[in-house]
Design a protein around this ligand. Sequence first.
Ligand code: FAD
Length: 406
Amino acid sequence: MATSANPLATTCCIIGGGPAGIMLGFLLARHGIAVTVLEKHKDFFRDFRGDTIHPSTLELLYELRLLDKFLKLPQSQVAKLSGYIGDRTVTMADFSHLPTHAKFIALMPQWDFLYFLAAEAARYPSFTLRMGWEATGLIQDRDGTTRGVVANTADGPVEIPAALTVGCDGRHAISRVAAHLPLIDYGVPIDVLWLRIARLPSDPENALGYVNYGRLIVLINRSDYFQMGYIVAKGTFPQLQQEGLPSFHQSIERIVPFVAGRTAEIDSWDKVKLLTVQVNRLQEWCSPGLLCIGDAAHAMSPVGGIGINIALQDAVATANLLSESLLSGSATVHDLRSVQNYREAAVRNTQRVQVFAHRMLSHVLHSTGPFVAPLPFRIVTSLPGFRYLTARFIGMGLQPQHIKNH
Ligand SMILES: Cc1cc2nc3c(=O)[nH]c(=O)nc-3n(C[C@H](O)[C@H](O)[C@H](O)COP(=O)(O)OP(=O)(O)OC[C@H]3O[C@@H](n4cnc5c(N)ncnc54)[C@H](O)[C@@H]3O)c2cc1C
């Protein structure tokens, strides 16, 4: 523990209780390192964060001896990812041959996953989670070295001195702004509209991607409703609103015919949330006393549903690389840089694939009428091995991580 008269002082202060922050907090506490995670919301009940727990994450849970317990939680399991491209059904990925104990993606609301991980972390006395504490700045020396975090709480502002601060505060990270870490933005041609639509027991269990009539819709099964992602070309939401709700309903029903009659429940644009998609990365993930990981270091697009996986893998790599130094009370910039050196290639190459997929999606969004998949797409998706390669990329990522000393 950092030596300070302040009772809030800790060895590692993590800003952000998303997948990266909670996993890192858990793993550091497991090594006996004093860690405090700050989450600005009072609970985890938020949408828009992705519901996918991938085979490589399930493997991490296996290594942590938590897999059996996790599989008892309500969830649906998808062994194959299918897309309905025009009038064809295409299997895009088949996870059943992956070298993991769980050969499927588990779909569950992210709040259930975060509550599960946070409860496991809380079994370690050196883990502290502060819900409703919002980081507003960093404690910094004149030379820019970070010495902890300033946060707003219900009882007023507090300072949390820390040997290391880790920014896991997502795409709008205050950590990287406060530390003046420069950002490279890739530019993204799509946005996502996020809404709910009732689900009936007779609906397909694993309804996922639908491409047709210049639109792409993703449906995530949440038992009694579908979480729907309706992909639009960036900046076109106002035009859609001008065309009116009946036209929006019609467009959904034309692409996903089995929801016909249920779209009327979207009776106000207030029920449709616009989520702006970003893909970017920091040039430097760290400065003295501060490291950023997950979306704070590299915002991921929803394409492929892989951002959570990457954030969790960053967290595991960080714990593996920094635990020893933190056990001795501090981490040098050299230690912090080792995280970026180790993870950056996997992250950049994953983002390249996402940027390529955006270009493909952009073509789809600018087409009109019934969609016919181009010949190269049809050839590639019918090649033996295609589904296995996509399953490896989506399910395990380019650099699967393992828990050290499990
Ligand atoms: C529309 C959309 C859909 C997506 N769908 C998927 C999907 O299906 N599957 C998938 O794998 N990925 C998906 N992604 C990407 C995924 O959401 C991110 O890559 C992933 O959540 C990153 O995790 P993280 O822990 O780094 O950050 P986040 O999940 O963003 O967590 C950051 C946390 O920090 C907290 N926070 C922020 N600022 C502060 C502060 N100042 N003080 C304290 N706390 C703070 C936030 O409240 C939040 O809890 C999607 C992204 C978008 C935009």
